[in-house]
Design a binder for this molecule. Structure first.
Ligand code: RIB
Length: 324
């Protein structure tokens, strides 16, 4: 074998969680979040001094996997990372969080994903993602993990991983009667074939309109209904502190109230919602109940800095549900 071929062969990572089969499998993106805190959005061509800078764990998939694990699910990730310091940061995180990594490919001489994040004084943010090694996650990575997918209760993904990987995983899941959840962030149009493989979609108000091909003025109920018409099993639109709205085929829409919290930043709130929803469905909750559990977890997640610092355990989010 030539040196180039050797370098191109990803190695596989493992943790002590690997011997257990997973309740929740995440087709996961991983990013090191490079977070600068600035007073307000920066104008084109402007330089603004930041209050602070931190490197934190991120990536919509990894964030959702961590959320699901903290909510008590046994979680495994299917991912592709670089053999760099940020890739080692991912492996250390997943080991600490008890997440199985036998289906993580570590690609030699490739960079791991990074996200450059600006957090504004009001807690809102803007994010630029360079997916790095994750951009080559594909059908082959999913196929070698097909037994883990078939043995799971829920498979989840986001739009930060290539659609080919999500499609391959959701086809295996659908054939094995395993629930599928797609967090369609960042917002891009999806092929009808993928929408029809989603048991649950978890867009925010902006994303649901993009997915449905509608304008920013369209009613979210019309957008959600259009996605149900394309074959999605359910659409849950996240509404921040207002909670979420749930549409299911043949049922009346439901609004599930959220919690207004003291916001430090909202990085990863949608990922926490998706991960907590997956964990709740994996433990057998019905969709409306699971969405309320996810609301509580997402509410708590905004009370700390970065994507995962304030992601709650199940006991913490149940405490919020029961006492507030
Ligand atoms: O949803 C928040 C995440 O988006 C961040 O952690 C960042 O990595 C980007 O992927």
């Amino acid at each position: 074998m030539t040196k180039t071929a050797l370098q191109a062969t990803p190695t596989v990572a493992s943790t002590s969680a690997d011997s257990l089969s997973s309740d929740v499998i995440c087709i996961a993106s991983w990013n090191a979040d490079l977070v600068s805190r600035v007073a307000r959005p920066i104008a084109r061509g402007e330089t603004l001094m930041a209050h602070s800078f931190e490197i934190q764990p991120g990536g919509k998939g990894s964030n959702a996997a961590v959320a699901a694990s903290r909510q008590g699910a046994k979680v495994g990730v299917i991912a592709r990372i670089g053999d760099d310091d940020f890739g080692r940061m991912a492996l250390a995180l997943w080991a600490t969080e008890g997440i199985a990594t036998q289906h993580v490919a570590v690609a030699a001489n490739e960079r791991s994903g990074v996200a450059q994040i600006l957090v504004f004084d009001d807690g809102d943010n803007s994010i630029a993602v360079a997916t790095g090694a994750g951009s080559a996650l594909g059908e082959a990575n999913v196929d070698v993990a097909c037994e883990a997918i078939r043995a799971a209760r829920v498979v989840m993904a986001s739009n930060e991983v290539p659609q080919s990987a999500t499609l391959a995983a959701f086809k295996i899941a659908r054939a094995a009667n395993v629930k599928t959840i797609l967090n369609p962030a960042p917002a891009v149009a999806l092929p009808d074939g993928l929408i029809a493989l989603c048991d649950v979609l978890t867009p925010n108000e902006l994303e649901v309109r993009v997915l449905a091909g509608m304008s920013a003025e369209a009613l979210i109920e019309d957008a959600a209904q259009a996605l149900l018409d394309k074959g999605a099993g359910a659409v849950i639109v996240t509404l921040g502190s207002q909670g979420c709205a749930l549409w299911q085929k043949g049922q009346l829409a439901q609004t599930l109230a959220g919690w207004a919290m003291q916001v430090v930043d909202t990085i990863g709130a949608g990922d926490t919602f998706t991960g907590a929803l997956a964990a709740a469905l994996a433990r057998g909750e019905l969709l409306a109940e699971a969405a309320t559990s996810a609301n509580a977890a997402a509410a708590l997640s905004v009370t700390g800095r970065g994507a995962i610092a304030a992601m709650p355990t199940l006991a913490q989010s149940q405490n919020l549900e029961n006492h507030h």
